[in-house]
Design a binder for this molecule. Structure first.
Ligand code: NI
Length: 162
């Protein structure tokens, strides 16, 4: 296993739309393992492939119930709303109140190709939506008003200066 480098905003890979994974080969399985290791080391609860520079539809999560890797995840239904503060490993030092669906159903494949159908609420629902957003190039700063976003980016850039 290897810890991977997590890209930071404004790296352009973070803004790209990810391609579906057609074949679950050894490289995909290894990538999922390395992403989990990276996520645990960086104390995240989720990580999406574009965050480590791979523009493919793969996410990993652990909200306290053990590791979960999901290939080609899709939200098939969503209900309710819930607002909570979120951070992102690509935007260190930035926390944003994000409104999301309170409950989502997500389908995808695990790394052995088995279909998964997940009915999620609370933190799992939130983490799934956050990571799936990454697959279409959406970041937490996109979830707030332009005024708030400009302020956050200003703060972030100031923090990033050596
Ligand atoms: Ni993130």
């Amino acid at each position: 296993m290897a810890k991977l480098e997590v890209l930071r905003y404004p790296n352009s890979v973070l803004r790209k739309k990810c391609e579906p994974i057609e074949t679950i080969d050894d490289a995909v399985v290894q990538l999922a393992r390395d992403m989990l290791e990276t996520m645990y080391e960086d104390k995240g609860v989720g990580l999406a492939a574009p965050q480590v520079g791979v523009s493919r539809r793969l996410i990993v999560l652990d909200v306290g119930d053990g590791p979960l890797a999901l290939i080609n995840p899709e939200i098939t239904s969503a209900e309710g709303t819930d607002t909570m503060e979120e951070g992102c490993l690509c935007l260190p030092g930035i926390n944003v109140e994000v409104e999301r669906s309170a409950r989502v159903r997500v389908v995808g494949l695990d790394t052995s190709g088995k279909p998964l159908d997940i009915d999620a609420d609370d933190l799992l629902a939130r983490a799934l939506q956050h990571e799936i957003d990454h697959l279409s190039g959406t970041l937490i700063i996109d979830k707030v008003s332009k005024l708030k976003r400009d302020l956050l980016i200003k703060k972030y850039k100031k923090n990033q200066q050596p």
